[in-house]
Design a binder for this molecule. Structure first.
Ligand code: HEC
Length: 472
C-alpha cells in the first residue's frame, strides 16, 4: 500500500516535470485540470478544494504555502520547483473563484416583506420602480423626482411617487453601445443644481466608420433638461480623437463633485499597459473644474505630453467614485479575476495596474506575481474572488444613524451590497448587508436618507427602509 503510494507520487512528479516546458503556455484552468484535479475532488485522496474547508489553513498565504511546499507526508508534492510564483498565485485565485461560484446563490431572493437584520440596523427592501432596461445610474432632483440612465441611451424621469414617466428625455447625446459595456453611464447633478440647472452625463462617445466598426472613448458633457428635452449642452471632457479606440471594454465610469471640481474615471479600455502610460487618458482618474477647464494645481500640468486633467493613474476599470466631506476621494475598481479594489485616490499617485494586482486575467494567465511595489498604492480593501464592485456611496443621513459615514459598495457578480467602515483611512469593519437581489449597478444615498439601489437582471429601483426587529 505504502509502496504503491510513493510510486504514484513519483510517477506524477516525473510526468509533471516533463510537461513543465509546456506549462508556461497553459492557462490556470488547464494547469489545475492537469496537475491538481485528479487528487482534488471530494472523493479523491486530496479532498475538495472548493468546499471552503481547509486543513492546512485557508488564507491566501496558507494555501500558497500548501501548494509551494506540498503536503509531502500525505502524498502531495511541493510545486515550487514545478510552477512559477505567478502560476501558483494564479492557482490560489482560481481556487478562490471556484469556491465562490459554488456558493453564490443564483436564485433571486424574495425580498419584499423580509426583515433583514444586520450588525447595526434592521431594514426591509422596498421595490419602487421597474419597467426600464439595464439602468446604470440615478440622480435625485430637488422636487423628489429622479433621473435614471439606461445603458442603451435613454434617460428616464421617475416621478416623486416613483412612477416611470412614459416619455424618455429627448436629444440626449448619441452613445456607442456595441458590447456588454459602454453606452450611457453616469448621471450627476451639479452641487448647485438648484441655481444653475446643470446635469452632467458620462457616456461612450464615438462614431462608426465605413467598415461598420465603432470607435469610442469615455466623454463627459453637461446640459439642462426642460420639457423632456436635453438642451444647452456643453462638452466638459472629450479626448483627442487619436485616443478613440475600437475596444468596447472598460470605459469606467463615474462622476463626483467636490468644491468646484469634477472628478471622473476612464478605464484602461481593455489595454492593460495603457493604465501606466501617462500619455494616454486610459486607466486614469481625472480632475477638472466643473466647467471643464484644467486646474492649475493638477499633478501633471508641467509635462506637455500628458493630458492635463489626469489626477491619478494605474487604474483598470473603476465604476464607483465618491468624495467625503474632508475632500477624500474614494473609488472602487474592477480587478481581473480577483483583485477588485477599494482605493483612496490621491493626487498624482499610481495605483499599480497592471504591474501590481491581487487578481489574475480572465483567460487564466497570470499577470504578475507581485501584489505590491514601492511607489504604487495599495487598496484599502481588495476582494478575491471578484465581487465586481459597481456603485459607491457614503451614507450621510438620518434614517440609519448607526451607518453614518459608512461606505456602501454594490456588486454585479456577487449580487451583494457591502458596507465598509473607514476610520483614519483604514477599513475597520466590513459586512455584507444584502445578497442575491440581482446585479447591483448603482448605490446612492438619497437626499431623504434612504439608501437606493439600481439593479439590472431584474432591472428595478429599490431602497432600504429602516424596520423594527422581528418580534419587537
Ligand atoms: C497526488 C495527489 C495530489 C496532487 C496531484 C495534488 N495534491 Fe494537493 N493535496 C493532496 C493531499 C493528499 C493533500 C492533503 C489532504 C489531507 O491532508 O486531507 C493535499 C492538500 C492540498 C492543499 C491543502 C488543503 C487544505 O485542506 O488545507 C492544497 C491547497 C492543495 N493540496 C492544492 C493542490 C494544488 C493547487 C495542486 C495542483 C497544483 C495539488 N494540490 C495537487 C494531494 C494532491
Amino acid at each position: 500500500m505504502k509502496l504503491q503510494f510513493y510510486f504514484t507520487v513519483i510517477f506524477s512528479l516525473t510526468s509533471i516535470l516533463t510537461r513543465s516546458q509546456e506549462l508556461s503556455q497553459l492557462n490556470v484552468e488547464d494547469i489545475y485540470k492537469n496537475l491538481c484535479a485528479s487528487c482534488h475532488t471530494s472523493s479523491a485522496i486530496g479532498g475538495s478544494l472548493k468546499d471552503g474547508k481547509w486543513k492546512y489553513g485557508g488564507s491566501d498565504e496558507e494555501i500558497l504555502h500548501s501548494i509551494k511546499n506540498g503536503i509531502t507526508e500525505k502524498g502531495m508534492v511541493a510545486y515550487s520547483s514545478v510552477l512559477t510564483d505567478e502560476q501558483i498565485r494564479a492557482i490560489v485565485v482560481y481556487i478562490r473563484e471556484m469556491e465562490s461560484t459554488d456558493s453564490v446563490e443564483s436564485t433571486e431572493l424574495d425580498i419584499s416583506d423580509k426583515v433583514l437584520e444586520t450588525r447595526y440596523h434592521t431594514f426591509k427592501v422596498e421595490t419602487l420602480t421597474s419597467g426600464f432596461r439595464t439602468p446604470w445610474s440615478i440622480a435625485f432632483l430637488p422636487d423628489g423626482s429622479k433621473l435614471i440612465t439606461e445603458r442603451l441611451g435613454p434617460i428616464h424621469l421617475i416621478s416623486s411617487d416613483n412612477r416611470l414617466d412614459s416619455i424618455p428625455i429627448k436629444n440626449t447625446p448619441k452613445v456607442i453601445f456595441d458590447g456588454p459595456e459602454g453606452g450611457m453611464m453616469d448621471i450627476a447633478l451639479h452641487p448647485d443644481y438648484e441655481k444653475n440647472g446643470w446635469i452632467y452625463l458620462a457616456f461612450a462617445d464615438g462614431w462608426r466608420d465605413e467598415m461598420g466598426k465603432s470607435w469610442s472613448q469615455t466623454a463627459i458633457v453637461r446640459g439642462r433638461i426642460r420639457d423632456h428635452q436635453w438642451i444647452d449642452q456643453e462638452w466638459i471632457y472629450k479626448s483627442d480623437l487619436k485616443f478613440y479606440m475600437q475596444s468596447g471594454a472598460h470605459y469606467g465610469t463615474r462622476i463626483a463633485f467636490d468644491d468646484g471640481y469634477i472628478y471622473f474615471v476612464i478605464g484602461e479600455r481593455g489595454v492593460m499597459g495603457h493604465a501606466q502610460d501617462l500619455n494616454r487618458p486610459n486607466g486614469k482618474i481625472f480632475r477638472l473644474h466643473d466647467d471643464g477647464s484644467i486646474p492649475k494645481d493638477n499633478p501633471f500640468i508641467e509635462t506637455p505630453e500628458i493630458p492635463k486633467g489626469i489626477w491619478s493613474y494605474g487604474h483598470r476599470n473603476p465604476q464607483g467614485l465618491t468624495i467625503d466631506s474632508n475632500h477624500n476621494v474614494y473609488a472602487t475598481e474592477h480587478g481581473a479575476q480577483g483583485g477588485d479594489e477599494f482605493n483612496l485616490i490621491q493626487k498624482g499617485k499610481n495605483y499599480g495596474w497592471p504591474i501590481i494586482t491581487h487578481g489574475i486575467n480572465y483567460n487564466g494567465q497570470p499577470i504578475t506575481s507581485i501584489t505590491e511595489k514601492e511607489g504604487m498604492e495599495q487598496p484599502l480593501v481588495h476582494w478575491t474572488p471578484s465581487i465586481a464592485p459597481c456603485g459607491l456611496t457614503q451614507y450621510i443621513g438620518s434614517l440609519f444613524p448607526n451607518w453614518q459615514n459608512d461606505f456602501f459598495v454594490g456588486s454585479l457578480r456577487a449580487q451583494e451590497l457591502h458596507r465598509l467602515r473607514v476610520i483614519n483611512k483604514k477599513v475597520v469593519d466590513q459586512e455584507i448587508i444584502l445578497k442575491g437581489i440581482g446585479r447591483i449597478r448603482d448605490v446612492r444615498t438619497g437626499p431623504d436618507g434612504y439608501i437606493y439601489l439600481l439593479t439590472d437582471e431584474p432591472a428595478r429601483l429599490i431602497r432600504l427602509v429602516p424596520s423594527e426587529k422581528k418580534g419587537e
